[in-house]
Design a protein. Structure first.
Length: 105
């Protein structure tokens, strides 16, 4: 509630949330957008686009990468590009994230 005095009479009213200066600020993301979830960074930031573009869930791509055995990072990237027509950035993000998960155990 906000209280003001007009002459000798006090007057109280509630401000809408966007004008309530006592309220905590919203979680603002890039460009001032209000974000409901934390911003995803790194290779995982590509995942929504990968799923939408190539029509498979990330878990399926990761299983396919793991099934390739002990191939090197760039060999796996090239495999995704050649066999699945995946762009370099998407392939690299998937491989980097999958190999990092495997190293963590």
């Amino acid at each position: 509630m906000t209280a003001l005095t007009f002459g000798s009479a006090p007057f109280s009213f509630a401000l809408p949330a966007f004008l309530d200066f006592d309220a905590p600020p919203p979680n603002l993301g890039t460009g001032g957008r209000i974000m409901s979830e934390p911003v995803i960074k790194g290779p995982a930031s590509y995942f929504p686009s990968i799923e939408k573009t190539y029509g498979r869930p990330i878990s399926e791509w990761q299983a396919m990468i793991r099934a390739q055995g002990d191939r090197k990072h760039m060999e796996l990237v090239q495999w995704l590009k050649d066999q699945h027509q995946m762009g370099h950035g998407h392939a690299n993000a998937l491989v980097a994230h999958t190999l990092a998960e495997d190293r963590k155990g």
